[in-house]
Each structure stands twice: as C-alpha cells, then as structure tokens.
Design a protein around this ligand. Structure first.
Ligand code: TRP
Length: 463
C-alpha cells in the first residue's frame, strides 16, 4: 500500500519552516562576528550582493527540484536524471546532514547551557572580558556540561521531527518564528537606545573598503550559502512538501528577505551593544559567548536581556536543526521505507554518537588532531567548506545544464504564472545567473576553501 506523502498545511507554514531553517546560528552567531572581522558595512554590502546573485538563484533551483519530484534528495536527482551519479549528489547531501547536525548541536547546546547561566545570574560574577572567557572555557571544559546540553538539544530536535511535517515542523515553526522575531526586535531596541550605540551603527553603515579583498569576498559568498541552508538538499526536502499551486520564485524571495532581515537586525542588536560598552567587534567566534555576557552586565536590564538573548539563540538553532534532521529522515522514509517515528529516533541516536567526539573536542579530546584540526573543526571543515560548496555547484550545474531549462521552465511556471507573464525578465536573469555566474563563483569559493585558490593566484603573480 502506498502511504500518502506528507505536505505543508499552508503556504505560510512552508515559508516559516524554510525561513526557520535558514535563520539559525549562521545569522546570530556567525554573521555578526565575520562582519566584525571583515570591516562591517563594506562586508555587508558584498554579502548582500552574493545573496542576490548566488543565494536567491540557487535557492529557487533547490526548492524547484524538491517540489517537482516530491522526493528526498537522493530520489529527487535520480527521478530527474535516471543516473546513479546524480543520485550520489543527493547522497552527499544526506551525509552532509549527518555531519552538520552533529557539530551544529554542540554549539546549540552551549546556547541552552547559557540560558541556564543567564538565569543563575552567573555573568554578574565577573567584570572583565577575560573572566567572561574563563567562564566560557570552564563550561566547555566540563564533559558533563557539554554532553548534557548537547543531548538535550538533540532530544528537542528529535521530538519535532518525530511529530511529522505538519504537526511537528510546521506547527513548531509557526510558534517559534514569531517569538524569535519579537525577541530580536526587543534586543535591537535595547541596543540602539544604549548610550554610545552610535558608533556601533556607524560601524554597520560606513563602509571601509580597505578591508575588502578576495578572501573577504569568498567568506561572504560561502556564508551566503550556509545562511540560506543551501547545497545539501535541506531546501529541496522542504520544497518536496510544497504544493504546486504556490510560486517557487516568490517563496524563495520571501525566505531570502526574512533571512537577511534577521541577520541585519541581529547585527544591529549585537554591534550597538558591543560598541556601547567599548568591546572589540572583531573578537571572532567567541563574540557572543565571551563578549556578550560582559556586555549584558554593563547594560541596564542586562539580566533580563541576557536570558532573552540565549532563548532566542536556542530557538533559531532548533528550527535549523530540524531541517538538517529532516533531510536524513526523509531519505530513510522514502527510499528505505522506514517509519518516520523509527527513523527519527534511530537517526537521532546515530547523529548524537557522531557528535560526541565533537563535543569532547573542547575537553577530553582537545589534543587529538587530524591535519592540525580537532574533531569538531574537521567535521565542520569537511561539511561546510567541501560538501556544501560542491553540492551547491553541482545543483546549479544540474538544473541549468543537465535537467535543462526546456524541462525546468514549465515546472517553474506552475504557481508562478503571474511572474512569468508580468516580469519575464526576472526569469531570464535567473537563467543567466544559474547557468554561468553561480557555477563559476561557487567553484572559486570551493578552491579557496580547500586552499588551492591562493596557491594558483601566487603562481600567476609569481610570488
Ligand atoms: N542556515 C542555518 C544557519 O544559518 C544552518 C543550516 C540549517 C544549514 N540547515 C542547513 C546550513 C543546511 C547548510 C545546509 O544557521
């Protein structure tokens, strides 16, 4: 007996779930610190351009593959190409899902742990940024703290995916996303009303072009990919539950808009606070865990705002993590005919085991390195810097060159008739970007990630 495939209950449900996937640690933890390290406003402008010319076209392509085939990544590529090679691209996405979730949940676990620290008022026990760092190092050095919150986060992710597409993911997103937006707006208002917030705003709006070089552009491009959950079939899987009555390009635009809006609001909230108390905006990955606690203790109402902030961070991570687990679950449900409930439980356990060495990379296994990277950084590197850009590149090539626009366009048109009639130029631009710009630019990011680009540039410049 063929069991009916699940689907979203409404278009809004799909947009919120997909925006939930896109909006995550990437927006609130990573975007501010890489913007801070790369000069603020000028980096943000480059990032916005990357989102427009690469992110939006590839997102549209991924959602379309899913909606057309109504399959998980492996089944989807196989259905369209009848080729094992392209099915393998989907398989790479499923593996990337395993890997990314295993280390993503470690940082998400810190966020939950920090809610508890905020409640306890731990941040008020120190006054200098250094002791804030000591506090952080003490926590992540504790095996039980790390594994405990990591497991709790994996458990929360599992419950939502276990409950299914409409009852779990869609309902969860409809509740969590509005809370996230409200919390973030409250934090932004707090930030801009602090004394000395102006210098933070200036940092965000006044470009410093001297900081922009090839490296910064590639970081912006790579991040455009990560923040939109592209390159491993997450958006493809969410697209597979979408109705043919809804417009793919319009949905993609709305998702990009929400993701970018949240990244900018998070940037404003964080930089106004950091500048108001005179801390370093280029503090790196530790920015929100090391630096923000010492910002909160110096701001009026800091106790409440610190709790709100880490709740916000946890919610954002949770709605992203469920999209990662869903990719893996949908593969086992569609292709191997597992029951959703079994798949959710068993796969969560396997991913949790895989995450243990990542969680221990900050304590027990700190000295264990492969190619000079600890386990956490190694998994992050393989997934984010190799599998995702490679996946994104092949997705663009697949849609533009293998599937071919002759077959693509009738599918894209379903639900988007108005766009095709009134603004056919949008479709033409999409085709050009996807066919030429995306593959070439993503290829450069990929070379840069594996360290080859710099060598090639040196070769030509004779250095
Ligand atoms: N986009 C999420 C963030 O910004 C992370 C994420 C969720 C992701 N699913 C993904 C990244 C799939 C790449 C691929 O935090």
């Amino acid at each position: 007996m063929e069991i009916k495939r699940e689907s979203w209950g409404s278009k809004t449900g799909f947009i919120l779930a997909a925006a939930g996937s896109a909006i995550g640690l990437g927006n609130i933890w990573k975007f501010p610190y890489i913007a801070g390290e790369n000069g603020g406003a000028s980096f943000i402008i480059v990032y916005l351009i990357c989102i427009g010319i690469i992110g939006l076209p590839v997102l549209t392509a991924e959602i379309l593959i899913g909606r057309t085939t109504q399959r998980n990544p492996v089944g989807a590529f196989y259905k369209l190409s009848q080729s094992k090679f392209w099915a393998g691209l989907g398989g790479m996405g499923v593996i990337a899902g395993f890997l990314i979730l295993s280390f993503y949940a470690v940082i998400a676990g810190w966020a939950i742990g920090y809610i508890v620290e905020a409640f306890k008022g731990s941040f008020f026990n120190f006054t200098e940024a250094t002791s804030s760092a000591d506090h952080f190092n003490g926590l992540v050095g504790d095996i039980y703290w790390m594994l405990g919150y990591f497991s709790l986060f994996m458990f929360l992710t599992m419950i939502i995916v276990f409950a299914g597409v409409q009852k779990g993911i869609e309902r969860g997103s409809k509740i969590l996303m509005p809370i996230l937006l409200i919390l973030l707006i409250i934090l932004m208002i707090r930030g801009v009303t602090l004394e000395g917030a102006d210098s933070g705003l200036e940092f965000l709006w006044n470009p410093d072009w001297s900081k922009i070089n090839a490296g910064a552009i590639l970081i912006a491009l790579g991040h455009a990919f990560f923040t939109l959950s592209l390159g491993m079939g997450a958006m493809l899987t969410y697209g597979s539950y979408m109705s043919k009555k809804d417009s793919v390009p319009n949905s993609a635009f709305q998702i990009v808009f929400l993701d970018t809006l949240i990244a900018l609001i998070a940037g404003i909230a964080i930089f106004t606070s950091v500048f108001a108390v005179g801390l370093d905006p280029a503090a790196g990955p530790g920015l929100i865990f090391h630096t923000l606690p010492s910002v909160f203790i110096k701001m009026p109402g800091g106790y409440i705002f610190s709790i709100l902030f880490f709740i916000l961070l946890t919610i954002a991570a949770l709605t992203s993590a469920i999209s990662l687990l869903e990719v893996v679950v949908s593969f086992f449900v569609d292709e191997l005919k597992w029951k959703r409930h079994t798949a959710a439980i068993v796969l969560t356990l396997i991913i949790s085991l895989l995450g243990v060495p990542s969680a221990l990379s900050y304590n027990l296994l700190a000295d264990f390195t492969i190619f000079g990277l600890n386990f956490f950084d190694l998994v992050d590197f393989i997934a984010s810097n190799i599998l995702l850009p490679l996946g994104g590149l092949l997705i663009a090539v697949f849609v533009a060159w293998v599937w071919g626009f002759k077959r693509v366009l009738p599918n894209l048109k379903e639900g988007a008739e108005r766009l095709f009639e009134e603004y056919p130029v949008v479709i033409t631009i999409w085709k050009i970007f996807l066919k030429y710009f995306s593959p070439v630019l993503i290829f450069l990011v990929f070379l840069h990630s594996v360290g080859l680009l710099d060598k090639i540039i040196n070769l030509f410049t004779g250095l």
